[in-house]
Write a protein that binds this ligand. Structure first.
Ligand code: C2E
Ligand code: MG
Ligand code: MG
Ligand code: MG
Length: 291
């Protein structure tokens, strides 16, 4: 047997690669079954106005409900699905579930105008996307402005004219465009002028570094957040801070003038059933009706 902590570094390396290959193969086969059986669910995390706490929308976050392993988070699944090309099918299932969930939530008083933000991978931007999306929105009776398309720099990076056309079509249709994980990439600022961005989501890493013990780091990151906020506002974008976990972070972001927030402090991502019963006890029969 190989020794993991042996002097022979090569063996440790081999074994790690083997482990990873096994894990990857397992995810790949899980995903294949999951697509066929539709084990995917869009969990919803509220997005709130930073001052009032009013819920204005929800981010749909993919979860795989594995019958044996329970709820599986997206990180590992998505990178494998992007490699194998199944992300497009998963994306469709999530989009459909997200819109169905939003239609459900809209029946709760106060939730009629909330929106859903769905994450998109670069591979999902094929010419048929705007048509399919419009069809799905009609099916669930949801107006275009109630869907936000969340993309990261990875979508815009190569300045692919086909992707640019699709994004413009979505924008002209009335959907909103959000730049996710803003501030961590290579040339994020220029995307604000080159694409019709409506919402800037400040990356969690900035939020994590404020309201803690490291005063110097906090001061610097506070200035970065202020700067990103000022530029975004000048470009007529709404600013959302992601990953707010503490009351201190919330207070600082409010002081800075950030518009909206999202994070465990307000709510973790929840299944539609949990969220519905949470938002309105009077609507429990709606949940039952949804099955
Ligand atoms: P993201 O789009 O930046 O989503 C935010 C992530 O931060 C989510 O992780 C969310 O659960 C987590 N989060 C929210 N509030 C807090 C907080 O206060 N503290 C901490 N530590 N984390 C918080 P999740 O659900 O694991 O998703 C990870 C990433 O996977 C997402 O990052 C997104 O890039 C991707 N993803 C999720 N769903 C989909 C999907 O349907 N399609 C695609 N293409 N990507 C998705
Ligand atoms: Mg996102
Ligand atoms: Mg993000
Ligand atoms: Mg992210």
């Amino acid at each position: 047997a190989r020794k993991r902590d042996g002097k022979n570094g090569a063996n440790v390396y081999d074994e790690t690669i083997l482990d990873r290959a096994r894990q990857r193969a397992e995810i790949e086969s899980d995903v294949e079954v999951a697509i066929a059986a539709n084990w995917f669910e869009a969990h919803f995390q509220p997005i709130v106005k930073i001052g009032s706490g009013e819920i204005i929308g929800f981010e749909a976050l993919m979860r795989m409900r594995h019958p044996r392993k329970g709820l599986v988070s997206p990180a590992a699944i998505i990178s494998v699905a992007e490699e194998t090309g199944t992300i497009d099918q998963i994306g469709n299932l999530i989009l459909e579930d997200a819109l169905a969930n939003l239609a459900q939530l809209s029946r709760i008083p106060g939730m009629e105008n909330t929106y859903v933000a769905v994450n998109f991978s670069p591979l999902q931007f094929e010419p048929t996307l705007p048509m399919r999306l419009a069809g799905m929105m009609a099916k669930y009776n949801i107006l275009p402005h109630r869907l936000t398309v969340e993309i990261t720099e990875a979508v815009l990076m190569h300045d692919n004219p086909e992707i640019r056309t699709i994004i413009n079509e979505l924008h002209n249709f009335g959907c909103r465009l959000a730049l996710d994980d803003f501030g961590t990439g290579y040339s994020s600022l220029s995307y604000l002028s080159r694409f019709p961005v409506d919402i800037v989501k400040i990356d969690q890493s900035f939020v994590r570094s404020i309201g803690g013990d490291n005063r110097e780091l906090e001061l610097k990151n506070r200035m970065l957040i202020e700067g990103i906020g000022a530029i975004s506002h000048k470009m007529n974008c709404t600013v959302i801070a992601e990953g707010i976990e503490t009351v201190d972070q919330h207070r600082i972001l409010q002081d800075i003038g950030i518009d909206c927030g999202q994070g465990y402090l307000f709510s973790r991502p929840r299944s539609i059933v949990d969220l519905m019963s949470d938002l309105s006890a009077a609507d429990r029969d709606l949940v039952k009706a949804a099955g």
